[in-house]
Design a binder for this molecule. Structure first.
Ligand SMILES: [Zn+2]
Length: 303
């Protein structure tokens, strides 16, 4: 896979593994997506489907970009020791040795993390914070899609936590005694704002979500953002993922209104909650950013 033409420029094989779709592609080291492919996530036999997709992308890859590492985003929490994941509500996905299997297929080192943490890395790489002084790179991300998670960046550092899973913000409580979450708790953000939760409550596809429900999703995300702002003292909270992408401005309007009500500490008056912005930092760039952040070409690859 690395025996491309000698003048090939380096890049990353990027993979976003979600409960509803599998996306894979090639991203160059400037952050441009040069190839993209995706399939619906099958209800069972996910790994053969993923293998097939990865092989197809590698076969279609133009020879001018040679992947040097694989970056993958997937639902957390992640077992970084074994390179596998343990997403709540997805027992069939638990403990599959993703890193080892993908490394065997691609002959490349594989790095995995959540979408929210990928979004933070992508923002530092390609987004508005890329040009901000490191000491002022204080922001949180919230990726709202099939899964809801995020990350905290303080002084330019993506904080890891004890088990390197800091950022499971989908399980912030936004409605005490509220809807049951797949994690077993009640009132988690994920139980209101994930694609699955929204579609289950409306009986419609995400893009056909009625205005009142969009308003409710905005309110719930705002409550989580108010908690994040109070906890972390950040300049911005960046809300990405397919939910804000599809629900668009009405979601952000509801969010802004509720956030203002919920967040009145004087030092937080200037906190900005925004979307991912005009620079393209979609899921594949997030996945590539994971590889970019961790891959040291001269260091031995993780097992
Ligand atoms: Zn939960």
């Amino acid at each position: 896979m690395t025996d491309a033409a000698d003048d090939a420029r380096p890049g990353y094989l990027a993979i976003d593994l979600g409960p509803s779709r599998l996306t894979a592609g090639v991203v160059d080291t400037a952050g441009e997506v040069v190839l993209r492919d995706r399939v619906a996530t099958p209800p069972r036999n996910v790994w053969p489907a993923l293998t097939q997709l990865v092989r197809r992308v590698l076969a279609a890859n133009p020879t001018e970009v040679a992947p040097i590492a694989v970056g993958l985003t997937c639902p957390g929490p992640i077992d970084h020791g074994t390179g596998s994941m343990k997403p709540v509500g997805k027992p069939m996905w638990h403990d599959f040795p993703l890193r080892r299997e993908l490394s065997a297929i691609t002959q490349l080192p594989v790095y995995l993390d959540t979408a929210g943490r990928g979004l933070a890395r992508a923002e530092l790489w390609r987004g508005e914070f890329a040009t901000v002084d490191r000491v002022d790179q204080d922001f949180a991300t919230l990726s709202v899609g099939d899964e809801v998670d995020g990350a905290l960046v303080s002084g330019g550092v993506v904080l890891e936590g004890l088990t390197d899973n800091l950022g499971q913000f989908g399980h912030l409580i936004v409605e005490p005694d509220g809807a049951e979450c797949v994690c077993g708790a009640a009132g988690c953000l994920s139980a209101y704002a994930s694609v699955r939760a929204i579609e289950a409550s409306t009986g419609r596809e995400l893009r056909r979500t009625p205005p009142a429900r969009i308003n409710n999703v905005g309110i719930m995300i705002a409550r989580a953002c108010a908690s994040l702002a109070a906890m972390f003292d950040v300049a911005e909270i960046i809300v990405g993922g397919v939910v804000p992408e599809v629900l668009g401005p009405p979601l952000f309007d509801a969010l802004a209104k509720e956030f203002e009500v919920r967040s009145s500490l004087p030092h937080l008056a200037s906190v900005r909650v925004r979307g991912v912005g005009s620079r393209q930092i979609g899921p594949l760039v997030g996945a590539a950013a994971i590889a970019l952040a961790h891959h040291r070409p001269d260091a031995p690859a993780p097992d």
